[in-house]
Design a protein around this ligand. Structure first.
Ligand code: ZN
Ligand code: ZN
Length: 152
C-alpha cells in the first residue's frame, strides 16, 4: 500500500454535503481536495477526543456553510493561530483554518460519513505525539511535526 499505488486519488474532485449532529448547520463542498492527511498533535487529540484528526484540504471558495457557527482560536505549536469552527448548538466540528495556510480550509472527513471513499490519507503529521493504541495503516508516512506544507 504505497502512496504511489494510488495516484488517481491524489486530488479528487468532490461534491459533498453534510449536516452537524443537531441539523442547524449544513456544509457543502464542491471542488478539488488539495491534500489528505491525518494529524496526531495534542490539539487535534483534544478537539476530537481520539488519537488523530482526519483532514482534507479544500479552497475556501469551494466551501459553503449555512447556519450559525462559533469559533475558537488558539496558537498552534508553530506560533500560527489555529481557528476551529463548530456548531454553536451541538459542538460538531465543521472546519478549521490556520494563519499559516489561510488559503486552505481543513475539513474533518468524518463529518461527511459514507460519502468519503475518495479519502486516502497519505501521511500522519505530528507523529511525535501519536499514541500506540491509535493503529495506523502499514507504511503510512509519518512526520514528527509538520510536513512541508498544508498542516497547521
Ligand atoms: Zn449542530
Ligand atoms: Zn493537529
Amino acid at each position: 500500500m504505497s502512496a504511489c499505488a494510488m495516484p488517481q486519488h491524489a486530488r479528487p474532485d468532490v461534491d459533498l454535503t453534510a449536516r452537524c449532529a443537531c441539523g442547524v448547520v449544513s456544509i457543502a463542498v464542491k471542488g478539488p481536495i488539495h491534500a489528505m492527511f491525518m494529524c496526531s498533535c495534542e490539539d487535534c487529540q483534544r478537539a476530537s477526543g481520539t488519537g488523530h484528526a482526519t483532514v482534507a484540504l479544500a479552497s475556501p471558495g469551494d466551501v459553503t456553510i449555512t447556519g450559525p457557527t462559533r469559533s475558537f482560536a488558539r496558537p498552534a505549536n508553530s506560533g500560527a493561530l489555529l481557528t476551529r469552527w463548530f456548531c454553536p448548538e451541538c459542538g460538531t466540528p465543521l472546519y478549521a483554518r490556520s494563519s499559516r495556510a489561510p488559503e486552505a480550509l481543513m475539513l474533518p472527513v468524518g463529518l461527511f460519513g459514507a460519502k468519503t471513499t475518495w479519502y486516502v490519507p497519505n501521511q500522519l503529521i505530528f507523529a511525535r505525539s501519536h499514541r500506540d493504541w491509535d493503529v495506523m495503516p502499514e507504511g503510512l508516512r509519518m512526520h514528527s511535526t509538520y510536513r512541508n506544507e498544508g498542516g497547521h
